[in-house]
Write a protein that binds this ligand. Structure first.
Ligand SMILES: C[S@@+](CC[C@H](N)C(=O)[O-])C[C@H]1O[C@@H](n2cnc3c(N)ncnc32)[C@H](O)[C@@H]1O
Length: 250
């Protein structure tokens, strides 16, 4: 199969282009409908459409598309593998039963603790959920890692940018070097950066021009001799990468 490392199309269309059982681990963070609510009440300034926030491009992915999205994710994952879904508390209750219906085993929400409080009018937001799903059976690599990952949020980054260090914990737990990690909504490509730093392979997708541009810049350090545009392979397993940094889990 010929697959670019970075693709730009609708997430479900992109997933449909991948072969059954070709991905070892999928970590993703779709732009949920609930973001619209936060935008409407003005608590999430960075997500508003305005010249200053320059993010008119940030489109949401409707909850009505979860079934087709999760079905495709289930299909492309290998038989014994994990799927992590970044999720706000509201969307968690909608996403979980749909993912279970398509075949995933739900284990638990992992908490990303942002350490300091953020937006909100009451019980101000300090955490996000990461739903932990399994296809078949795969043991976590380290059974003593807690279900709360403490890591400060990213300031002034890509809207809703997730820290590379959070993705690294999930990658460390649910994959081994050389395996293929995918993210169909990569945004600033934190998952891709984490994957390459940890000597995993990565393929990803985002519909947006800015995301593609940022991802190319961020991954350039890890693919110094291969401009993203031209990176194509005959087999996903053959994707070549040159990790520049190593990572030690604290
Ligand atoms: C919440 S952001 C991802 C942020 C990312 N986790 C990070 O750390 O930067 C969601 C991304 O989904 C993209 N997106 C929106 N609709 C999409 C679609 N139908 N298919 C693929 N990508 C889409 C947006 O452009 C946005 O970059």
């Amino acid at each position: 199969m010929t697959k670019k490392i970075l693709s730009q199309e609708d997430a479900v269309t992109w997933l449909k282009s991948l072969e059954d059982g070709s991905i070892d681990l999928l970590i993703t963070d779709p732009p949920y409908e609930s973001l619209e609510k936060h935008r409407a009440v003005g608590t999430t300034t960075r997500l508003k459409n305005s010249k200053s926030s320059s993010n008119e491009w940030f489109k949401i992915f409707p909850n009505t598309r979860f079934e087709e999205l999760f079905s495709e994710i289930f299909r492309v994952l290998k038989k014994n593998s994990h799927f992590y879904l970044f999720c706000d508390p509201e969307t968690m209750f909608i996403a979980k039963p749909i993912a279970e219906e398509v075949g995933f085993k739900f284990w638990k929400p992992i908490i990303w603790d942002k350490v300091k409080i953020g937006m909100g009018y009451h019980y101000r937001a300090r955490y996000e959920n990461i739903l932990f799903f399994e296809k078949g059976k795969r043991k976590l690599n380290n059974l003593s890692i807690p279900d709360i990952i403490e890591c400060p949020r990213i300031h002034k980054g890509y809207p809703t940018e997730k820290p590379v260090d959070v993705a690294k914990v999930l990658i460390e737990q649910s994959s081994t070097p050389g395996e293929v990690i995918a993210d169909p909504f990569f945004g600033s490509c934190s998952v891709g950066v984490a994957a390459f730093e940890m000597e995993r392979n990565f393929i990803g997708n985002d519909i947006n021009d800015s995301a593609i541009k940022i991802a190319r810049e961020r991954l350039a350090d890890y693919l110094p001799e291969q401009p993203q545009e031209s990176v194509e392979t005959d087999e996903i397993d053959d994707i070549k990468f040159t990790p520049q940094l190593s990572f030690t889990l604290a």
